[in-house]
Design a protein around this ligand. Structure first.
Ligand code: HEC
Length: 149
């Protein structure tokens, strides 16, 4: 090979490596992304309501625990599930929780600040506090995806 041919051969192999990396990235992009940008596909058992109720108790007090805000009480107890399955006060076209469909669940949209795009109103929850940590949001999302049992 002449020096020129060697240079071309090197460039071609470098391009091949780049194309290969791109293909892998595109493949990863094609998989469903959760709201935090992490790859979903967790095969563990879906969380159950008591785990989610604990997050509500810790993070939604006092506004939805000691009293209802926007008509929503999130206090633990036998009535919690029924309240969650009701239509949202702010966007009656959506339930607060739509089992199996987090992106149609108004409560989920409120936690992510995406409720305005669904014709909702008001602020992201928790009201005037930092958004929930990723792992807690993941627990709630996986609970909804798993049928909100
Ligand atoms: C500091 C008080 C406060 C905290 C904490 C809080 N909220 Fe709210 N929440 C409100 C207020 C006030 C409204 C109505 C005004 C608004 O939406 O901005 C509301 C409205 C809502 C609504 C709309 C209800 C409906 O049926 O349309 C949802 C859903 C909601 N909150 C979920 C939560 C969740 C889940 C948490 C805990 C992770 C939480 N909020 C924490 C005060 C609070």
């Amino acid at each position: 090979m002449t020096p020129g041919q060697t240079a071309i051969a090197l460039m071609v192999s470098a391009l091949t490596v780049c194309a290969c990396d791109d293909a892998q990235l595109n493949d990863a992009d094609a998989r469903p992304l959760d709201v935090t940008g992490e790859l979903s596909g967790d095969t563990g058992a879906a969380p159950a309501l008591p785990e989610v109720a604990e997050i509500f108790t810790n993070r939604c007090s006092p506004c939805h625990i000691d009293r209802p805000s926007a008509g929503l009480l999130l206090a633990s107890g036998p009535e919690l599930r029924g309240r969650l399955m009701e239509a949202s006060t702010q966007q009656p076209a959506l339930r607060r929780i739509e089992a199996g469909a987090p992106d149609e669940s108004y409560l989920w949209l409120k936690l992510n600040g995406s409720h305005l795009a669904a014709d909702g109103t008001g602020a992201q929850m928790p009201f005037q506090r930092d958004p929930l940590p990723t792992d807690e949001r993941q627990t709630i999302r996986r609970w909804i995806e798993g049928g909100a049992r």
